[in-house]
Design a protein around this ligand. Sequence first.
Ligand code: C5P
Length: 225
Amino acid sequence: MQKVITIDGPSGSGKGTVAKILSQKLGWSLLDSGALYRLVAFGAIKHGIALDDCDALAKLALNLDVKFELQADSELLIPVFEGENVASLIRTEECGSAASKVAALTPVRDALLDRQRAFLTEDGLIADGRDMGTVVFPDAPVKIYLNASAEERAERRYNQLKNSGETVSIAAILNEIRTRDERDMNREVAPLKPADDAIEIDSTSLTIDQVVDQISDALSNVGLI
Ligand code: C5P
């Protein structure tokens, strides 16, 4: 049995936070696959590559010059792209939206496949994304599809941005979330959807701890922990 758990779902569903907590709790590695798509988008903008230039984007994705370094005093992995710490630069709404455009291109997805699978080691892996259970790790023994209403996800994102000093209207965030959901769910390649054997969790009215407990139960049910 592969020691991997996949957590897929739309942005703001809480999967990033849950994946981090589980990775710390279990001592398993973490794959934040969205960061890879964000890095391709960031690199494209940095190097003036058009977001529909399939060949150039695939080449960039295949040769992505990124290292994930453990930050001193924390367990967080920091993406260092072409020698620069880009942790906060790739987290902007602009980069998220550009990421969802490049992520719709098959050659870009193909170029990132081996890099994502290489994160799986004997230590175990929590894989967070949109197609972790459907495409990247189809044999994962535990697959989670984490969802929440668009309104709840917009409110979470709004509070996150407010806490980091950014002022954005909640209506604009909701609009951006709906546009991104629409693009991610309706693209031809690896659309966002639950794997047939996924456990679906709606986190709208759950705390992070409750979600982590439900996933931990699923892991112990199959004997992974
Ligand atoms: O999860 P995050 O918001 O960082 O992902 C940014 C974008 O990257 C998503 O909107 C989605 O289009 C794309 N993505 C993807 N497949 C993944 C992870 C992210 O298509 N496995």
